[in-house]
Design a protein around this ligand. Structure first.
Ligand SMILES: [Cu+2]
Length: 188
């Protein structure tokens, strides 16, 4: 009798113990899940941070060139463009073999942006110069010499015309007033 009571008490204890163990086990799983969830969240967070850092780093690499385009090069001091065989108010016949000169700069082809070099543009009856950094238009009165030409067979109608030389970089971006020259011509 005592034995069976004891046995039943023990069984109850055991079952309670088992229950406790089960609860502990569930609690352990629960805690474990929470921890792993947190870890996963942290990992995710770290990954996001890493990506952000890489993006920032990438952005920094490209920032000096503003979106992959190199900045317009500095103009050497004293550099200028000249009408090599024409003076202001000269009287010429058409066609006229125009010679375009430059001092303190090299003439290059259009394409690469190289410091200290550029190509000529002839603007007929236009502005005295194009704002530094602005792209030279391309039409019948804005002529590009992107192959590095320094001579041009100029054909003009009789009368007064304004001729402007404008040097620009490899991307046709004007070097501005310093590398421009304007004259008037009288065409017979
Ligand atoms: Cu050009």
């Amino acid at each position: 009798m005592l034995c069976s009571m004891l046995k039943s008490n023990i069984l109850t204890l055991v079952s309670k113990f088992k229950e406790m163990k089960m609860k502990l086990f569930i609690a352990a799983i629960f805690i474990g899940t929470l921890v792993s969830c947190n870890n996963a969240a942290d990992d995710k967070g770290n990954e996001t941070d890493t990506t952000k850092m890489e993006m920032d780093h990438d952005g920094m690499d490209h920032s000096p060139t503003t979106g992959g385009v190199p900045a317009i090069p500095e103009i050497p001091e004293g550099a200028k463009v000249v009408f090599a065989n024409l003076k202001d108010n000269a009287t010429i016949s058409s066609p006229f073999e125009l010679q375009m000169g430059v001092e303190g700069m090299r003439i290059d082809t259009a394409g690469p942006v190289v410091a200290g070099s550029g190509h000529h543009h002839l603007i007929i009856d236009g502005a005295d110069y194009l704002e530094k950094g602005s792209i030279v238009p391309k039409d019948s009165t804005n002529i590009h010499f992107g192959k590095g030409q320094t001579e041009y067979e100029l054909i003009l109608s009789p009368g007064k015309h304004k001729l402007t030389l404008q040097l620009a970089d490899g991307l046709h971006r004007s070097y501005g007033e310093q590398l421009s020259a304007s004259i008037m011509v009288n065409v017979k």
